[in-house]
Write a protein that binds this ligand. Sequence first.
Ligand SMILES: [Zn+2]
Length: 270
Amino acid sequence: MLLTPPDFDSAVFEPSETEETVDLFFRGGELLVSEAADSLADDPASNARLASVALGRWRERAYVAHRLPMGASAGTGARFAGLRSLFTSLPTAELAIALRANQLLEWDRTHAHCGACATATVREHHERARRCPACGLSAYPRISPAMMCLVTRGKSILLARNVNFPPGRYSALAGFLEAGESIEDAVHREVREEVGVSVKNLRYFASQSWPFPNSLMIAFTAEYAGGDLRPNGHEIAEADWFDPGNLPQLPPEVSIARALIDATLARLRE
Ligand SMILES: [Zn+2]
């Protein structure tokens, strides 16, 4: 799973002149990395910085993200790469910090003006917020909670193929919360809507930020309680019960979906 290191200090701060910093340079959703994509790269081309956001401190260094113009060049020995393409090459801690950076830069970019009165907003210094000086509206980084649920029935697990998945790939069920719902409400509703079955005995598993663009995945297991498996067709193309010894293609190891599936299979095998 992709998690920011536990000792990463994300308190709001302004880096001091003397502090050692690690700079993350973004062009759109792409990060500047070394040619081999195995480390962050400095900006050899010295591009203009449109905005900078201090992310936090880790191991006595300040991490700062910079947004470069879309025409920025990578310079010698570096290249821009999409974040998803870095999952297997960049060290996990730096990747997780980069995902956080991308989310904050994107929030900063898309809240330059007030959503109520269109006045230019200003950044608050004591918290991550942009405030409208005219009407006082504050905008915080948006986080959209989503539930994930792996349903079990005896020794079998319920896996589904979303219509957007590559052929053959299956995963746990997932969906966004609606306004007014608890996360448990969302699990019951989404499972019923997506595949037509009801569940019981929800058990929290873990959560993971998934900044494409701003989800927080909250994962559960649940037991089958009743109903016929009936994929709804518009979100779920196929769904079936799978035994631990007979599994389809699963999501990549970096995802919480995979961690949820692997941990549940290990429990069922006991
Ligand atoms: Zn306003």
